[in-house]
Design a protein around this ligand. Sequence first.
Ligand code: FAD
Ligand code: FMN
Length: 582
Amino acid sequence: MSMSPIPKTAPFAEEEIDLLNRVVGTASPVQRAWLAGFLAGLDASGATLVPHPAAPARPAEPLTIVYASESGNSEKLAGDLAKAARKNGLKPTLIDMADLEMSALTAAKRLVVIAATWGEGDPPARAVRAYNELMGEGAPRLDGIEFGVLALGDTAYAEFCAIGRKIDERLTALGGKRVVDRVDCDLDFTEPAARWIGDAVKVLTPPNAGGRVIEVDFGAKPAASPSTDIFEAEIIEHVDLNSSRSDKETIHLALSFEGGAPAYEPGDSLDLYPENDPGYVDELLKVAGLTGDDKLRAEFIKSRDVTTLSLKTVETYAASTGHQYVKALLAEGQAREWIAGRHLIDLISTFPIALDAEKLRALTRPLAPRAYSIASSRRELGDEAHLLISAVRYESHGRARKGVASNFVAERLKRGGRVRVKLKPNKHFALPASDKDIIMVGPGTGIAPFRAFVQERRAAQATGRSWLFFGDRTFTHDFLYQLDWQEALKDGALTRMDVAFSRDTPEKIYVQHKLWDRRADLIEWLDGGAYFYVCGDAKAMAKDVRTALVRAYADVKALSPEAAEQAVATLEREKRFLQDTY
Ligand SMILES: Cc1cc2nc3c(=O)[nH]c(=O)nc-3n(C[C@H](O)[C@H](O)[C@H](O)COP(=O)(O)OP(=O)(O)OC[C@H]3O[C@@H](n4cnc5c(N)ncnc54)[C@H](O)[C@@H]3O)c2cc1C
Ligand SMILES: Cc1cc2nc3c(=O)[nH]c(=O)nc-3n(C[C@H](O)[C@H](O)[C@H](O)COP(=O)(O)O)c2cc1C
């Protein structure tokens, strides 16, 4: 019978005592003396024992994480998920949907997709090809693959989280096994996304995963917490770049950062934290019967989204007030149509009912920052950052409307005032090596990042050529940063510029027409390795520009429409066709 020298009372777990007894119990006196001396010596030297795994290491279980992202939120969350998965003994593989091949899906055992929705229910621009393949008839079967989808979106859009929802449905249709229910996140996604990630990692970690399951405390510091800080900047220039006779107002806003600007690169944006129009808030409180509640007024101006009207808002209104007509609007399926072009104030003034502060607050969500492309380079300007902001103003349903952030900037920010911003990096819209040629297409405020590109290339004495396409309404009143471009053409920072002013000629000319006119040179530049950038309006311009490029390939190289489409798709795969559109 073997001896059991380690008593049950020793400060070890029962299995550890058994293990120790198995070694120490059978050891010879010499071996025991050596072990005692060794441990005593270790303690005396202050060295620590290298912990060994309790069981032989197993290969880590794989987890495939795919993200479809445009402005980086889904990408950041995918990174958070990978980190949490790794801690739990899984082996995550992160794939940008831009680079996704269907074979990576069929090879997956467990799959998470984090997908944002853009445009009007569209996939992020970079994800379009793989998304279409997944949705298309040629998509592979994914029988038995365990999956979960996290959807990012904005309830202000009719097609809320449409892409996440469609991917979730598609993976099921292809035979996948949904093991984590989808969550659709609004702009304030930090907490729900962190919770979902925590749950998903738990569910997707098999009991025999290589590592030990670690409870990741997302509550204390959310996984999706911003990695960059909020900076308070001083406004040192506030200039309307349109002439006083223009229909538009586009503000050049120069910000100065005491103690250093955020470490931005050309192509990055700043998230700007706006405040609401006090006049609008007063009107809203009046129709809600809450005039005089100064605390609520201050809170609404500073931190609540008091304009957006979503289906969710209408449902909350119907539930909390019991308003018959609003209930009927929902029951008859007309609410979706009714909210188009309307704001919260329309709901309350059209269907008035007594509201208290709590009920009104429950109809709002936190006020989200707005992104603006940085129009300057730190290499040329040091601790400044410039933004170019077009005031959004229009009329709908008989009411004059003003965009929250752009009018906060245009109407209420002044030189000498202060504003809060946060860096929003975009490594997918960066300059190439300085000897490469670049072609930049940026009508309207889409010109902003290209001012940063040109400044950066001047400061870096880049040898690659730069060609800019700009467009707006009129040459005389809307030529944004005209003097900068003239100077850049003179000093060589800009090689070439083409402009399209849509209201200067009887028939409207846009940047895509200029691309077509210059197609021979354009294709020659691209064949020589040039990078092609598009920034600005996503609704029409970006699509028209891409179509013009496909047609240019077809015409100049005598290609079939399919082969010309392939030529542009190749540019996209090579990351030489880059978009930042909104
Ligand atoms: C990465 C990125 C970079 C950007 N860069 C810039 C930039 O450099 N410069 C710039 O000016 N903007 C830029 N934007 C857009 C900017 O973030 C804001 O969306 C824009 O300024 C409007 O914000 P707002 O708060 O003024 O309007 P909001 O209060 O958010 O209202 C805008 C909403 O009003 C509605 N709307 C607008 N016009 C009409 C109309 N004519 N008819 C009916 N409804 C309408 C739409 O629903 C629209 O979504 C960028 C966006 C992104 C995502
Ligand atoms: C121009 C624009 C269009 C958008 N369209 C939609 C939409 O149709 N549906 C939706 O749910 N969200 C929409 N969104 C919101 C984005 O999905 C949301 O901001 C998301 O967090 C972005 O994630 P990403 O950074 O990973 O791209 C839109 C945002 C912008 C700026």
